[in-house]
Design a protein around this ligand. Sequence first.
Ligand code: SF4
Ligand code: SF4
Length: 401
Amino acid sequence: MQYRIDKKSGNKLSVLGFGCMRFPGALGRIDMRKTEELVMTAIAGGMNYFDTAYIYPGSEEALGTILGKNKVRDKVYIATKLPLIATKSSEDFEKFFNKSLERLRTDYIDYYLLHMLTDTDQWQRLKALGIEDWIAGKKKSGQIRQIGFSYHGKQDDFLRIVDDYPWEFCQIQYNYSDENFQAGVTGLRKAAEKMPVVIMEPLLGGRLADALPKDAVGIFKKARPDLSPAAWGLNWVWNQNEVSLLLSGMSNMAQLEENMRLADKALPGMLAEGDKDVYRQVLEVINKAYRIRCTGCNYCMPCPKGVNIPGCFAGYNATFSIGYVAGMQQFITSTGVTSEKTGSPGHCVKCGKCESHCPQHLPIIKNLEIVRKKMEPLWFRAGIAIGRKFLGRGRGEKNSV
Ligand code: SF4
Ligand code: SF4
């Protein structure tokens, strides 16, 4: 495992951090046996940075339980986050922070983030609520060791926020397809002059790994048959000196082991000159294939009408990356569009609840309409309606396909 020094605290951080949003499990329940195996293997392999959040379902409890049971709390740095989306008053700062401590079974947080700052207005609102005094109190008491923020917004606002407070770290979305998106490379370099920068979404929710279009996989394989698309994605991030560490949401042992092997050699300047052209060719394929930039993070869920928003977008994108029939199969499986209780885009009532939660700022309502037109053409909807009638189901359903 390679390490890079956090210049604010002097901490030696593993270049690979564990993103705890995607612990293994199903139907909203974390598989504790598998998760413990992963977390303890990661620690044994030298990983020391674990990133969770108040709003990741079950994640703080799972991490706290595992670290407590194995008595390894003091071997790791815990990063967790204040859920700005639910913070309405200054009392909420304390309430959410104490709940995180309780779930994590600890009395301090090593790296505490304001979760998902999106613009300067939001930062000003927090200042008006007294966030600076609250942070000062927590720093004085030692309950917060390092204070930072995670960011999903425009670059100019990011740069203003970086300059407006003595932050001790920040976390941005960054990967080879997002070099000029959100904070981007300019934001990374400016922030890194002052503080450690943690990278999230290095593989864009898997879109740059297992979900990569076949043609793009072929380009990578031709250039270096020994490297997977995930390895290409992570190496691109680690290659940059300004990056302190990257977070990867590993949900099985094969992913963890591969990432740890890569992290053994993760040095700045590790890429060869000719590699740049390989990334450029891959990006051309990706940009043609991924029409909707959904990372599958689920922040927009649940939809009150049951629309499977990320499932709709993944199926739609798949029609461009792996073909119409395979994409359609994926869409049908993930939305259950042929069943009575479907997550079809046709159920959207345009309430707008989802859009403000999307870190990628996607126009979800408009995109669902695009998906509906392509994935549920008239002949398809007619076929489903006839099928339901024949089976005597679906009576009284409004707006369903
Ligand atoms: S706008 Fe549509 S998809 Fe979004 S939450 Fe409302 S009903 Fe669901
Ligand atoms: S639509 Fe936005 S919030 Fe929802 S899963 Fe995709 S990226 Fe995440």
